[in-house]
Design a protein around this ligand. Sequence first.
Ligand code: HEC
Length: 136
Amino acid sequence: MQASRWLIAWALPLFLAGCVPTRDLNPDEIARLDNLEELMWTLATIADPGFALAEDPPVGPASLESFLDMGTRVGLAAERLPQFSEQPGFLTLAEQLRVEALGVAAAARAEDLDEAARLSLQMRNTCSTCHDIYRY
Ligand code: HEC
């Protein structure tokens, strides 16, 4: 039972990774992103496995490390967003994403899995809110 859950947790992102453009960029590469579409695929590549984890958080150091990595890299990616718009609403949501992502990383560092999961799902709402308003 536990084993099959782990299998799904690992296999599903790998499967999905085959279907969408993946941008599993490292922090240096993220800091140089200046293309919105590429930035968004980077966000999806990094955040989606974290969202899946947040919906059904297994306990253990591996989850904490995943949340730490996701929060850190999404936070960096969020720092790249302001260059694409001067709209106050867009900038507010970009900053919200950054703060939530750093919150995920901080919770993971504090070994608070529930908080890391809660903030991850809150962060997902921020993605959706921005898409509802600004994606065309
Ligand atoms: C501040 C606003 C904003 C936030 C926050 C945001 N997005 Fe986006 N996203 C956009 C916009 C605008 C587009 C359309 C870009 C385009 O098509 O050029 C988009 C498009 C996308 C796309 C489609 C890319 C394409 O061009 O086909 C994906 C995938 C995506 N976002 C994932 C995410 C994820 C995951 C998050 C959260 C971790 C997120 N986004 C947060 C504004 C945002």
